[in-house]
Design a protein around this ligand. Structure first.
Ligand code: HBI
Length: 98
C-alpha cells in the first residue's frame, strides 16, 4: 500500500532514481535542497508543489529563504518514508526542471 513504510533497501533503490535527494538525519525522512534563480522561481516551484501535495493529500515539511527551498518528505502517519514521499519527490524534481 502507498502508506506502508519502505524498507531500507527500498529507500536506497528509490533514492538512486531521485537526483538530489538523500536521507535526512532524523532517520525517517528524505530531503533535498532546491536552489533557483530568484525568489519568483522558488515560489512558483512551491506553488506547483503545494497544489500537487494537496491533490495527493500528502504534504511536505519545507522552508524557504529567498531562492532556496529545503524540503523534507516523510509520511507522518507511517513514521517513515513511503511510496507517497517518493512520488512527491519525483514530482518536485519535475517542477524544478529535473
Ligand atoms: N502529509 N507528509 C504527510 N504525512 C502524512 O501522514 C499526512 C500528510 N498529509 C495529510 C495526512 N497525512 C492525512 O491523510 C491524515 O493525517 C488525515
Amino acid at each position: 500500500m502507498a502508506r506502508d513504510k519502505l524498507s531500507e533497501t527500498e529507500i536506497d533503490e528509490a533514492l538512486s532514481a531521485l537526483p538530489g535527494w538523500a536521507r535526512a538525519e532524523d532517520g525517517r525522512s528524505i530531503m533535498r535542497r532546491f536552489t533557483f534563480a530568484d525568489f519568483g522561481e522558488a515560489f512558483a516551484f512551491m506553488a506547483r508543489s503545494a497544489l500537487a501535495a494537496e491533490k495527493m493529500d500528502h504534504h511536505p515539511d519545507w522552508s524557504n529563504v529567498y531562492k532556496t527551498v529545503d524540503v523534507m518528505l516523510s509520511t507522518h502517519d507511517a513514521g517513515g518514508v513511503t511510496e507517497l514521499d517518493v512520488a512527491l519527490a519525483r514530482r518536485m524534481n519535475g517542477y524544478a526542471g529535473g
